[in-house]
Design a protein around this ligand. Structure first.
Ligand SMILES: *Cc1c(COP(=O)(O)O)cnc(C)c1O
Length: 463
């Protein structure tokens, strides 16, 4: 079976043997604070609530499936990152994890910057009032039109990803009579996933310019020569769903090595270093993510130490968490449609969504947990698999789950930690309508991305 290493990332898929699952939790009604948004709890009737609102009411008002996002939690996590890194560093939220105009406003209010990687994300950011100078534009194949629009809008930085792009951005900036701030994304020969990192000699991937073989140094040479560009720093993003900080340590060591070479060759000390995102979250109770202040402390110490030994001024650090901010803030609320017992095997629980609202299980073998949320139950645990309604046997939401044996059609179940890379990767497979995102805060719920309708589908299909 192929294991893909996508930037939005697998979860140590190779660690557990095929077919392995943990023992059932001691209490099926428990809500592990690690995987649930901050304001989630169970009320006296046994119904799970978020922001003080019972999920049964949310289902009635907004339908299922729905992504339910805890706004207070989102803001708290964004603020925790901002505070942890302080005024001498920048936190760029990676918009690809989940972006909407409400999210852009929250980020703006909480003092975070924003990463975008397409014209669509840029348009969303600008339309919600994110100041252009706080936007960074990423991507390995930005179109000339996208580059043009980004420079015209005045984005704070464009992260250059190839030799062609160095020329493209310089040329476009010059044609607009501007000098564009840029960073160069390099690959440092480190790939990090979850509990391990691999130091590779060659970087066999589409992103960035390899440090190996002097390519990154050559990219810097060219960028420094072009009038349309102001080179402000070096960028490195090493992976996703990372718990082990040692990959960042190696990456920072190599990036600082390049900064030193640049100083020695050109007499220039670049003022910024971007260490990317990729910090892990808890998808199940087995995961132990680090707190933002621990991450900030570790990264700042690594960069400071490396710069001291290279006799460089410590550059301004930026980081780009996506999943670590939005991932834990949302859960997906589903209604159980059918419950099919396969004797001696397991029980298949079919819900009203599936791979169209969460592709990560099929794509990365991602693990999730699931809980009955519309009532408490003291029934025995049953081994279940939560599947969707799509015409595809790989349409699995939660591969191995323990749910109460009295689970029945009409019950609501919820999968926590679906804030990142679920709505943003959602599809219309089988012409299933993409679910809404409902934001809950202080006893009030509102739709921030509405449910797709059949009219939406038919509007695109021009016949
Ligand atoms: C995907 C990505 C991120 C965010 O990754 P998370 O795992 O969501 O933190 C940050 N920076 C870059 C360049 C990325 O491609």
């Amino acid at each position: 079976m192929s294991r893909s290493a996508h930037p939005a990332g697998p979860r140590h898929a190779d660690v557990l043997p095929e077919g392995h699952y943990s023992a059932p939790p001691a209490d099926l009604n428990a809500l592990d604070a690690k995987v649930w948004a901050q304001t989630v709890g169970r009320n006296d009737d046994g119904v799970v609530t978020v922001g003080g609102i019972p999920v049964t009411r949310l289902a009635e008002e907004f339908g299922t499936p729905a992504y339910v996002l805890d706004e207070a939690d989102f803001r708290a996590r964004a603020r925790a990152w901002r505070t942890a890194f302080g005024p001498d560093a920048d936190v760029f939220y990676a918009g690809k994890a989940f972006l909407s105009r409400a999210v852009v406003r929250w980020l703006n209010e909480e003092g975070l910057n924003l990463d975008v990687c397409s014209g669509g994300e840029l348009a969303t950011a600008l339309s919600a009032g994110m100041p252009a100078e706080r936007i960074a534009f990423h991507g390995n194949n930005k179109s000339v039109a996208e580059i043009h629009r980004a420079i015209e809008a005045g984005v704070g930085r464009i992260v250059l990803d190839s030799f062609q792009e160095i020329v493209r951005v310089a040329h476009t900036a010059q044609s607009l009579g501007k000098r564009q701030k840029v960073q160069i994304r390099i690959t440092v020969g480190v790939e990090a996933h979850t509990h391990e990192f691999i130091a590779t000699a060659h970087e066999d991937q589409k992103f960035g310019i390899p440090l190996a073989g002097g390519q990154a140094a050559e990219a810097v040479r060219r960028a420094l020569q072009l009038d349309g560009l102001e080179l402000i720093g070096i960028h490195s993003h090493i992976g996703s769903q990372i718990f082990d900080m040692s990959g960042f340590e190696v990456a920072a060591h190599r990036v600082v090595g390049l900064l030193k070479d640049i100083r020695d060759e050109h007499g220039v000390e670049l003022p910024e270093i971007d260490l990317g995102g990729g910090l892990g979250i808890a998808y199940t109770s087995d995961d132990d993510p680090r707190e933002p202040h621990e991450i900030a402390k570790a990264l700042t110490e690594i960069v400071t130490r490396e710069c001291e030994s290279a006799r460089l001024r410590t550059p301004r650090i930026s980081v780009e968490p996506g999943r670590a901010i939005v991932g834990p803030t949302a859960f997906t609320l589903y209604e159980v449609g059918t419950v099919k017992q396969l004797d001696g095997l397991r029980t298949y629980v079919s819900v009203d969504g599936g791979m169209s609202d969460n592709i990560r299980t099929a794509l990365y073998d991602a693990e999730y947990s699931v809980v009955l949320v519309s009532r408490a139950s003291d029934a025995q645990p049953m081994l279940a698999r939560v599947v969707g309604k799509h015409c595809e046997s790989g349409d699995i939401v939660v591969k191995d789950a323990f749910l109460p044996a009295d689970l029945a059609p009409g019950d609501l179940i919820a999968v926590p930690a679906t804030g990142a890379y679920c709505r943003s990767m959602a599809s219309n497979y089988n012409h299933v309508l993409r679910p809404p995102v409902v934001a809950v805060r202080d006893g009030a719920a509102r739709v921030i991305v509405r449910r797709e309708t059949e009219e939406d589908l038919l509007r695109l299909d021009v016949g």
